[in-house]
Write a protein that binds this ligand. Structure first.
Ligand code: M6R
Length: 609
């Protein structure tokens, strides 16, 4: 959700800003801009559309300043135009912003009565305008920054230039992620470590409410109360740059789909052995009193992983499991008893709703435990939770989540197995069987990837249709939701996932020859009942694609295609069926010619509400 970067270095910052924006383009890609201080003046370049447009402009008009800020935008207020692109300026001030200023209308009205004029539709533009006004009364930035921040409601990560203080770059963070970084050439601010991979060697995460400035000589950080912090815990930059290469694949999404088999082995060798499962960052999972209830909260694809895990946990651990989308959980009145664990799931660890759900849970029941299952070790979600299980999926660039999803499923399966063994509800023999089946995932997933030609042959079926229905039962039901979400996200076709048993309660009305139906039918999850649904949709003229791990040759005349799956067990079956669903979304999107890695209107990390 928008990426910001700022740099103050010993040479022109243009290249560092542009590279940083390129590395963060997954956060938003509808417009971009940079501002530097060139010869004691603000020099601004902005372009609508992908970053490549800005890069083209910069080839013609180079910025020479050694201090600058940059922004890649995911529009919240105002269309993706040049006027609405960041940085936004007022007088000597330029600002880049990630987040939403909720009181921007009131501030704008007030500033207009003081003669300030606005050129964009954004919420952000009030920030430079307000700061310019405040600086007229008190020119000292260090005094004015807390006054400015006290008037902004909502969420922000800010990078600010002031021509009057041209040797420092100001920043602030509340509700949106921001880090400081340093390298041999100078100091940086960024929404994400990826932005400064390659130029920085160390980074420092900012806490909620912190603000300050960077210069060529160091950093100054103040807390929410205005006290300057003297100790800074700099961390070594993780190796992030290599993963941003497509490695010969046409799209990041395709590369990430193909990475899944080896990720499964990484997860197994890191967390499991014949003797059991160990999560090194969460020692309390070994000895804490087992929970009487588990709450799982997440958004989008991560929510779908949680829904599947509910079946596993309830069956094997035998405790009630409540799963909710974070945006609902945080605004209802959840009744949280004692000895309840919260498990949050997130690829990015910066999803605003999931973070707020975690904070609500902690405020209400500080004695309960919180566990983050997340792909980004340095994220806010991980830092604010009592325990953390790393997904080991590597950087996920494609906006449509694939490998982080199956990594979540694999980690959740191991967690369910571990807790079930601890509780005594899973015998040693059953554990060994599931362990073996999990160990076989790399081989089985590689087998599944062989379905590409079959999937490609199906794409014409998706022309001139009015929607797609995905059906499954048990742990395959959330998979149906995920299959539909993936297809929607990148092919822009309307798709719905349904519990197969619910089909006759409404969606059956939609069925005709222009509504392909994808049926997920592993033998583990009520196969006979799912096959009844197949007959019902078939009787109404639907074209059916059947994913199954049993021999169904008798049905080959009835369905458009059977996609064979390797035999899975109660845990591995959904992992194996995920791959054909991801490939289906990918191939249909390719057939339709959409922008697969950066689909319209979406962003990888949803850091605003
Ligand atoms: O980073 P998170 O896992 O918290 O993100 C949650 C959703 O925004 C995310 O899964 C979204 O639905 C993806 N675009 C799915 O492909």
């Amino acid at each position: 959700m928008c990426g910001i970067i700022g740099a103050i270095t010993s040479k022109s910052v243009q290249a560092d800003l542009l590279q940083g924006l390129k590395n963060m383009e997954y956060r938003g890609y509808d417009s971009a801009g940079i501002c530097t201080i060139d010869g004691m003046q603000l020099a601004v370049s902005k372009a609508a559309g992908k970053l490549v447009n800005l890069a083209g402009d910069l080839e013609k008009k180079e910025h020479t300043g050694v201090i600058g800020i940059g922004h890649t935008r995911w529009a919240t207020h105002g269309e993706p135009t040049v006027e609405n692109a960041h940085p936004h300026c007022s007088g000597n001030i330029a600002v880049v912003h990630n987040g939403i200023i909720e009181n921007h209308i009131g501030l704008r009205r007030k500033l207009e009565t003081h003669g300030m004029r606005f050129v964009s539709d954004t919420d952000t533009e009030v920030i430079p305008a307000l700061l310019s006004k405040l600086l007229k009364q008190e020119p000292d930035m260090e005094h004015v920054m807390p006054v400015l921040l006290s008037q902004l409601e909502g969420a922000y990560a800010l990078g600010i230039l002031n021509v009057e203080t041209s040797d420092v770059l100001w920043f602030a963070r509340k509700g949106s992620p921001l880090l400081l970084a340093r390298g041999s050439r100078g100091y940086y601010i960024a929404s994400d470590g990826l932005a400064v991979a390659g130029v920085a060697t160390e980074m420092l995460y900012l806490n909620e409410g912190e603000w300050g400035c960077i210069s060529q000589h160091g950093v100054r950080v103040f807390n929410q109360e205005g006290c300057e912090m003297s100790d800074h815990t700099w961390q070594r930059m993780p190796q992030l740059s290599a993963s941003t290469d497509k490695c010969g694949y046409e799209h990041f999404m395709l590369k990430e789909i193909h990475e899944q088999p080896s990720i499964m082995t990484d997860i197994m060798t890191t967390y499991a052995s014949k003797r059991g499962v160990q999560f090194p960052n969460v020692a309390w999972l070994n000895d804490a009193v087992l929970p009487e209830r588990i709450v799982m909260v997440a958004c989008g694809t991560s929510y779908h992983a949680a829904l599947t895990a509910r079946y596993w946990l309830e069956r094997y651990l035998q405790v009630p499991v409540e799963v909710d989308v974070a945006s609902e959980y945080r605004y209802r009145n959840p009744i949280i008893g004692s000895n309840t664990w919260l498990i949050t799931l997130s690829q990015s660890g910066e999803t605003a709703d999931t973070l707020e759900a975690l904070r609500l849970f902690k405020r209400r029941t500080p004695d309960n435990r919180t566990l983050a299952i997340c792909n980004v070790a340095s994220s806010s979600l991980v830092r604010e939770s009592d325990g953390f299980i790393a997904l080991k999926a590597g950087v996920e660039i494609g906006v449509a989540s694939t490998k982080a999803y199956t990594a979540q499923l694999a980690v959740l399966a191991l967690l369910a197995m571990k807790l079930a063994v601890r509780s005594g509800s899973m015998s040693e023999q059953v554990w060994q069987e599931h362990y073996q089946s999990m160990c076989h995932l790399e081989v089985d997933m590689n087998e599944t990837l062989k379905c590409v030609p079959d999937i490609q042959s199906l794409t014409p079926l998706f022309a001139n249709i009015h929607g797609v229905l995905f059906l499954g039962r048990g742990p395959s039901f959330p998979l149906a939701l995920e299959g539909a979400l993936k297809l929607k996200e990148i092919s822009y076709l309307h798709a719905e996932g349904y519990a197969a048993g619910e089909m006759k309660h409404g969606p059956i009305a939609l069925i005709d020859a222009q509504l392909p139906v994808v049926i997920i039918a592993p033998k583990q999850y009520h196969l006979d009942k799912v096959i009844s649904s197949l007959h019902e949709v078939k009787a109404r003229g639907a074209k059916v694609i059947l994913l199954t791990d049993v021999s169904m040759d008798d049905y080959s005349d009835e369905v458009e295609k059977i996609i064979p799956l390797p035999t899975g067990d109660y845990f591995t079956a959904p992992l194996l069926a995920s791959i054909p669903l991801q490939l289906l979304a990918y191939e249909v999107a390719k057939f339709k010619g959409t922008d697969i890695d950066q689909p319209r209107n979406l962003a990888k990390s949803v850091t605003v509400e």
